[in-house]
Structure formats: structure tokens, C-alpha cells
Design a protein around this ligand. Sequence first.
Ligand SMILES: Cc1cc2nc3c(=O)[nH]c(=O)nc-3n(C[C@H](O)[C@H](O)[C@H](O)COP(=O)(O)O)c2cc1C
Length: 420
Amino acid sequence: MSNVLEADVQDAPLVVSSTGSGRDRDTPAASSRFKALYNVAEVRKAARAVLPRPVFDFADGGAEDEHTLRRNVHAFSDVALLPRPLNGAATCDLSAELFGRRLAMPLLIAPTGLAGLFWPDGEREAARAAAASGIPYCASHGSVCTLEDIAGTGVDPRWMQVFVYKDRGFTREMVERAAAARYSALVLTIDNQLLGNRERDLRNGFTIPPRFGVAGTLSTAAKVPWLWRMRKTLPRLTFGNYVRPGSAEDIATLAGRLADLLDPGLSWADVDWLRGLWRGPLLIKGVLHPAEAWEAVNRGVDGVVVSNHGGRQLDGSPAAFDALPAVVDAVKGRVPVLMDGGVRRGADVVKALASGAAACLIGRPQLWGLAVGGEAGVRHVLDIVRREIDRTMGLMGATRIGDLGPHCLVPARAKCSARR
Ligand SMILES: Cc1cc2nc3c(=O)[nH]c(=O)nc-3n(C[C@H](O)[C@H](O)[C@H](O)COP(=O)(O)O)c2cc1C
């Protein structure tokens, strides 16, 4: 009995701010403002409490039956981490190199449209949080503020996500703007040329034009702090990158135009064309098929992002984490493979890295952080994930990212047998 008590005391999160080992394994809640939010799931809950239902569901939801959305999260628990504590991992270097730049940790903020709906100036707040945490921010085509405004924060490295439009002239314009604003990498998203069927949005009336209905309107009216905070933003909410100089276009008009602009006929010829247009690193986001990854590399693409758009597009597609190993095999180390979808814990990042990913991106967790505290909320989320990566690596006996590999993973319910 006393042994149990001792174990409980040792495991309790009463660790002082430094272990003296050089590793950062102090208690998660660094800022008293977020002191009850120990993990990303708790930040999500807090975001649900402050956001109107249609806004929360816009981020939280996925396509159709949300099979892929759930799979993304659960896939990580099908795999277990096999530690080697006697490796002597007293210190741990979390940094990773990507396209010649050193990142403080192998994490990026994924492009998420309408981040400015979660907090005023949401994109710039999140970009500043990324900069403070030493990781890249990937701006979405569908940001509320313009790509130039985001660049103005000085976040570096900054990446720009684009689509291919029926009007290739407009596509070229967007790419040229990204180059002029000195974005270092271009991300072509290939899984959104048709909009996924997001039924939570339909049910909530989060549509163009909005049809909130009684429940949505009441839920919105009840979120007084959010309404008050957003009072100046809401009337001029728009897709900043699509507003033509001199015309004040509202979000409904632009969203309608955007759906028409996307070209469902996107093909490899467009990838070749973009390759010719953009000098820096070009990544393709939305790759699940290994043959597509292989082809992309052969056509001069510099990186692939294994992703199913967070389960918001093709419901029924595999979890991104499950699709990752085959893509890594196909690419054979010729370019970095990144992944996103369902990353909620530092341990998820460690599992992805062990499966061959160069880095992970987080979408929703960043939006939940924004909703609870703007820049500080996103920093809190990034801090949680960083500490969890560090702790997981320490417990695994890993001193650097390069120590991770398939030998660190076993099926969750199989008998333990190290691969190497
Ligand atoms: C509200 C929201 C908006 C998004 N907008 C974009 C976008 O504009 N472009 C894009 O490539 N991906 C977009 N995504 C997908 C994310 O980049 C990313 O693939 C996904 O969120 C990862 O899954 P996670 O949310 O589980 O981390 C969006 C995701 C969300 C939740």
C-alpha cells in the first residue's frame, strides 16, 4: 500500500521548474491565465465554452459521418512507444532542420482559413505565437487578413498555402504576391478543389449566406465576451487575399466567388506550371497515396504533406498517420515528408517522427488556443506540445529527433518485440 502512495507522490505534477538536467520538464501550465488547461483536449473544451456553436463546429467538424476525422485522432493510439530508458538521455535537442532552416521543434502551424473568426486579427496573433516558439507559420489562402499583413508580423520562416484556380492568372498573382512578401515556402493544397460536405455547418446554418436559425442565433447571442471582443471585426470579416484593391467585398460575396474559382480539374500539369513559377521550396499538401508522393518528387516538388485536410474533405480516406509509412517508403528520403491530422499530444508528434515524418502541423489546436487567448492562447498550446514532446523523448531515452525511428514503435496490443 505504501508503495502505491509513494508512486502516486512521485508521479504527481509537483515537479519544480527545472530538473537541473537541462531538460524542460516542468509543470505544463506556465501561465496562470491558462492554469487549468493542462493539455490540448482541455483547451478544446475551453474553446467550446467561449465560442458560438456554429463557429466552434466550423473548426471542430469534419465531412459527412466524420469517420476520417475520428480516425485521424485514434490512429495514434493503435501504435505504442517502446522506450529504452538506459540510453542515458539526460538532455534532449528538439530542434529540427527543414529546408535549410533550424526550427525550435518539428512542428508548424497548419493553414486554417478564417482564423480571424476566433480572435480579432487571429492570423497575426497566431503568427506571432509561432515566431515566439521558433516554428514556421503557414498562412492560409483564406485568411481574414492579407498575406502581406501576416508577413508584416515578421514571422520567419513563413509559408504560404495556395490553391489552383480556374483563372490561372489569379493563381499566378497569388504566387507572385507570396514571393514579393518573402514567404519562404509555397504549399499547394490538392485536396480541396471541391468543397467537402460538412454537415455540421449545414445543420448550424454556417453557410453562404449564413442561416443560423434559432439555436445558432441563441448560442451566438449567449457568447457575450466573444461578441464583444469581435464587435469591430465581425462587420468587416472577409477573405483578405481575395479583396480587390479599391473594392470592399463582403465575405458572403467572396465565399460564393471562391467556390466558383476552384478548379476541380487540377492535374500534374498545374504542379509543373507552379514548379516553374516558384523558385523556393514547393510542397504538396493533401497527399495520401504513395504513388502520388513519388510522382510529386519526380516532378521537382520539394516536400509532401501527408494530410486529409483534418477529415474535412473526403470522409472515408485513411487517417493521415496510417498513410504516412507508405508515403515515407515511396519518397525514399529524397524530400521531407510532413504530416497533419489528429495531432493532439507531443507523443503523437514523436510517433509521427518515428514513422519517418520530418515534422507535424497542427490545425484545430491552434484555433482553440486562439479562441481562449489570442496569441497567448496559441503560445500556450505550442508550449504544451513542446513540453510533451520533450517529456516523451526523455522517457523514450531519445536525445535528439534523429534517435527516433520505426524501432521505437510497436502495435499497441501486440506482444513487445523490438524491431532492432
Ligand atoms: C477551420 C479550418 C480551416 C482550414 N483551412 C485550410 C485552408 O485554408 N487550407 C488548407 O490547406 N488547409 C486548411 N485546413 C486543414 C489544415 O491545414 C490541416 O490539414 C488540418 O487542420 C489538420 O488536422 P487537425 O486540425 O486535426 O490538426 C483547415 C482546417 C480547419 C480546421
